[in-house]
Write a protein that binds this ligand. Structure first.
Ligand code: IVH
Length: 652
């Protein structure tokens, strides 16, 4: 093979591949492809300088990385507003027609996968970035190059961002899970998790083995001059990308409803999972005029498919024991495929709920799965009973340590402080974000450390040695070192974090801050009436602190000695300002870390809390604000953008 022949062979291979992976219409056999591929490979081995960037051999990920760096999108990646029925669609249309009467709509499936931004410069794929927070994501170019339906080169020279969803086909998903099951590995909960997880592999050859598929749905920064989105998309497909299994331009509500009905009816027959249909204004100029709300474009909406219900059988109820000892029942049901997702567990909340619904083992039940939420049992089909169903007994002993449970009515509690489940969950909590924020110390690692007998209490974390970690599966030098330094970094934390990490019942982040601000390390000697006098505290919380300190005084002092948390600086009372004494919720991503903004508001005398209620005075939102913003709007809570908040603080 000479250079000319090599170039031709690469082009031919890419053509074969395009027909196979993009058009789903092979024009040759595997044998012919493989033979030519090997010839190309052989040529490249002896002519390294000639290797073309878009040669199919360059898709093979063989370099393992040790993490992903962050990269910015050239233009922001947005989310979509959801509607759930035709009434919702009608409302959205009325709103949209108010902005512009003369519009038509482009409709395509809403794929259930992971969104991805591809940047092409001078016709070459230069960066592939996950959505992240919409402004920046993780750079996963090497992994994405292994996806055959992502073109490495395109016949378009201007810089362009092509956006779409990476999905895993339903049959491939089933295959992967079967293999994982046989190898004794955890199965993926749904194709979306599988595709997101496969994209973020440090070893690109794992990504390559998952047969991911890229489906474009739009463009970011671009110089295209088409007047209609539908034309832009046709152009994108013509550059070598996959078309949706169904799409259409609609002129009104009736036509949108019609294509939605077809998509809903046929969704099982499509190879990928869909969770709805996306309706987008087709006219680009109208799109530009309509613009964006804080988080969504006004010119498009996700018209979701209805939540799916299925009938299954309750096989058994397992009990989970949390860090505070609360025992939670979880239903294990006969595995049921709900729209491509195999559901095996459903939440049951507590034993009162089981009594109330009279749920019995072997009962036929209706489970509902909608969107991301954990499936729930919504109904028991009592008329289907044949007498073999078994009433669920309220447990009297802890399923993990066997000690007697305290029955408080709604809640059942294991009171044994050394119960394995409680200890493990307390360590996980200790290391979690609102506590000591120890990176890399999540569920799996804590369980492994506990099972190996290396960590039996939070105190043991601070005696960990690299040599011990290296004996555990999955630990190499770097990972061990990272974990040890993350633990070391927890030293010198804010005092409230220290209090919060103790996991005192009824004492969360806000209460820990209040305790810390008032007493600092003196909190262990605080008297009951002093604690009750604190804002937001009551009898139960004060009792909880006192009881915890009484039982754990030695451990608290030992931990304090190791961690040396910083005593809080006594804050002077804030001057009068609009936030003083107000309850504030932050949502969305801000220009600075939320912790910094929180600190600033707290220094103005505001109480920053995590959930929105009628009592909330202000919600301050950044980009991509979520359900908290929606809730605040519905409750009539004053919402301020970050910028407005800053203006207000200046005035104050
Ligand atoms: S357009 C303009 N179209 O859904 C907003 N998104 O809920 C950008 N998605 O993050 C999205 N299929 O990952 C659009 N046909 C489609 C889609 C789609 C799936 C995902 C996308 C986005 C999320 C928003």
């Amino acid at each position: 093979m000479n250079l000319e022949q090599y170039k031709k062979a690469v082009e031919l291979l890419n053509l074969y591949s395009y027909h196979y992976y993009v058009l789903d219409n092979p024009i040759t056999t595997d044998e012919v492809y493989d033979k030519l591929y090997h010839e190309v490979l052989e040529y490249e081995e002896s002519h390294e300088d000639d290797i073309l960037a878009f040669s199919p051999t360059q898709r093979v990920g063989d370099v393992i990385s040790d993490g992903f760096s962050k990269a910015s999108h050239l233009s922001r990646m947005w989310s979509l507003e959801d509607v759930f029925d035709s009434e919702g669609l009608e409302k959205w249309l009325t709103k949209t027609y108010k902005l512009d009467k003369h519009i038509t709509f482009y409709c395509e499936p809403k794929y259930d996968g992971a969104s991805l931004n591809l940047i092409y410069e001078n016709g070459e794929l230069t960066q592939a970035i996950t959505r992240g927070d919409g402004v920046e994501g993780e750079l996963i170019t090497q992994n994405v190059k292994t996806i055959r339906s992502v073109a490495l080169t395109i016949a378009h020279k201007d810089k362009i961002e092509i956006r779409g969803e990476v999905v895993i086909y339903k049959d491939e998903f089933a295959k992967i899970n079967k293999e994982r099951l046989l190898r004794g590995e955890a199965v993926f909960a749904n194709p979306r998790n599988a595709s997101a997880g496969s994209l973020r592999q440090l070893d690109p050859s794992i990504t390559a083995s998952r047969n991911l598929v890229f489906l474009p749905y739009g463009v970011g920064e671009n110089t295209l001059e088409h007047k209609l989105l539908s034309q832009k998309m046709e152009y994108i497909y013509s550059l070598g990308f996959k078309k949706p299994p169904i799409r259409g331009v609609c002129k009104d509500f009736t036509e949108i409803e019609a294509i939605y009905e077809v998509m809903k009816r046929d969704r099982d027959s499509y190879p990928m999972m869909l969770d709805g249909m996306v309706v987008k204004v087709d006219e680009i100029s109208s799109q530009i005029d309509m613009g964006y709300t804080v988080k969504n474009p006004r010119f498009s909406v996700a018209y979701k498919f209805p939540a799916v219900e299925k009938i299954t059988t309750l096989k058994k109820i397992i009990l989970q024991v949390g860090r505070t000892g609360v025992v939670t029942p979880v239903a294990i049901v006969k595995p049921t495929n709900i729209d491509g997702v195999v559901v095996e567990r459903a939440t049951l909340h507590n034993f009162d709920e089981i009594d109330r619904k009279d749920i019995r083992l072997k009962d036929k039940v209706i489970i509902l799965r909608s969107g991301d939420v954990i499936p729930k049992i919504i109904k028991v089909l009592t008329h289907e009973r044949d007498g073999s169903e078994v009433k669920v007994q309220r447990p009297t002993t802890c399923p993990v340590c066997g000690s007697e449970l305290l029955d408080e009515g709604v809640l059942l509690k294991c009171q044994n402080l050394t119960c394995e489940a409680r200890v493990i969950n307390s360590i996980i909590y200790f290391a979690s974000k609102p506590c000591l924020n120890i990176d890399g110390l999540g569920n799996k690692i804590v369980e492994a450390l506990f099972d190996a007998g290396v960590v039996k209490s939070v105190l043991d974390l601070f005696d960990l040695k690299s040599s011990k970690l290296l004996m555990l599966e999955g630990f190499k030098e770097k990972k061990a070192q990272n974990l040890l330094s993350a633990i070391e970094n927890a030293k010198g934390c804010d005092y409230w974090r220290f209090i919060n990490s103790l996991g005192i019942e009824h004492i969360g982040e806000v209460a820990s801050k209040t305790l810390s601000a008032r007493f600092g390390s003196g909190f262990i000697d605080a008297a009951k009436d002093e604690i009750i006098a604190l804002e937001g505290f009551g009898e139960e919380m004060a009792e909880s602190v006192l009881e915890f300190v009484r039982v754990n005084r030695d451990t608290i002092l030992k931990l304090q000695n190791i961690l040396r948390p910083l005593e809080p600086v006594q804050r002077e009372e804030a001057k009068e300002n609009p936030f003083k004494g107000k309850s504030v919720v932050l949502t969305g991503s801000m220009s600075e870390s939320r912790d910094i903004i929180k600190e600033m508001l707290e220094s103005l005398g505001a109480k920053v809390v995590s959930s929105v209620s009628k009592k909330t005075d202000f919600v301050i939102y950044g980009e991509d604000a979520g359900s908290k913003y929606d809730k605040a709007m519905s409750l009539g809570v004053v919402c301020l953008s970050e910028e407005e908040m800053r203006d207000v603080t200046k005035i104050g």
